[in-house]
Ligand binder design. Structure first.
Ligand code: C2E
Ligand code: MG
Ligand code: MG
Ligand code: MG
Length: 279
């Protein structure tokens, strides 16, 4: 059956295939192979302080160079890996790769940057998450303060009590937590004050059409003010224009990430970018 599908069949990556065990197996194999053959890399998207324009860190974003298909977007394979459990070994690989890279960068003088790693819901609720992360930090001699974990509202709202306890443990070890895509999921503002998180990332969908769209502008302003009154920092995602940057800056947003400042960069290009910014 696999042969009949053809190697370049686009359905190969469609979520629908999950209904069929053959295709499921194929995807699983190809994700296993990707990991074993080193087909994954990590790109780094710079984040800047909005007022000063200074580089403050980067978000680590996984990339898959498929031997036949070329680049496969994480939007395509992360949800499938989340579904079939491959997200656990893939996520561990990302954490180790990022920490290995942070160690190298610290040795060339890039010591003040913070690197954010995405954790999907299944990763967040995996057994011994805290212990695994601490072990990886130790292995590469990376201080917890250099790492930030991005989780989504869904991850915490699924089981808020478990989440509070996990977040407290992570916090006690010095790791900082950002809520990714804030405003797009189901979230209870009441729980927010119980969660020891340090940042809200304003989702790109609310940033895209500001300041022209009054609804999106109102949402962006509300998130910034909510964060401020709870003592949290805000990062605007997907900032592409000077007008967006100015609006967010005027409203008191703390940091930005987006094409306006930089696209995600491969490790070597990010290193050059950061060393230049540090001068
Ligand atoms: P995200 O965590 O919300 O990451 C931000 C996404 O927005 C990235 O897409 C980034 O390239 C894109 N982006 C940033 N600035 C701009 C902009 O100005 N304009 C536009 N059009 N896009 C912008 P990417 O790299 O394709 O990642 C998509 C999603 O895949 C991520 O969304 C995240 O949810 C997931 N993901 C990526 N890497 C990992 C990973 O290592 N682990 C897990 N669990 N998920 C990951
Ligand atoms: Mg993210
Ligand atoms: Mg995001
Ligand atoms: Mg987003």
């Amino acid at each position: 059956h696999a042969k009949a599908m053809g190697r370049n069949n686009f359905q190969f990556f469609s979520p629908e295939m999950n209904r069929f065990s053959n295709e499921r197996l194929l995807l699983e194999n190809s994700l296993h192979r990707a990991l074993a053959q080193g087909e994954f890399t990590v790109h780094y998207q710079p984040q800047a302080d909005i007022a000063s324009g200074r580089l403050v860190g980067a978000e680590a974003l996984i990339r898959w160079h498929h031997p036949e298909r070329g680049m496969v977007s994480p939007l395509q394979f992360i949800p499938l890996a989340e579904e079939n459990g491959m997200i656990l070994p893939i996520g561990t690989w990302v954490l180790r790769e990022v920490c290995r890279q942070i160690k190298v960068w610290r040795e060339v003088g890039l010591t003040d940057l913070r690197f954010a790693v995405n954790l999907s819901p299944r990763q967040f609720h995996q057994e011994n998450l805290v212990g695994n992360i601490i072990d990886i930090l130790r292995e590469f001699d990376v201080p917890a303060s250099a790492l930030e974990l991005e989780i989504t509202e869904g991850s915490v709202m699924e089981n808020p009590d478990a989440a509070v306890s996990l977040l407290n443990q992570l916090n006690q070890h010095g790791l900082s937590i950002a809520i990714d895509d804030f405003g797009t999921g189901y979230s209870s503002l009441g729980y927010l004050k119980r969660f020891p998180v340090s940042k809200l990332k304003i989702d790109r969908s609310f940033v895209m059409d500001i300041p022209g769209d009054p609804d999106d502008s109102a949402i962006a302003i509300a998130v910034i003010q909510l964060a401020r009154s709870l003592g949290l920092k805000t990062v605007a995602e997907g900032v592409e224009t000077t007008v967006q940057r100015q609006f967010l800056s005027d409203q008191g947003c703390d940091m930005l990430q987006g094409y306006w400042y930089s696209k995600p960069l491969d490790a070597a290009t990010f290193e050059a970018f950061a060393l230049h910014a540090a001068r």
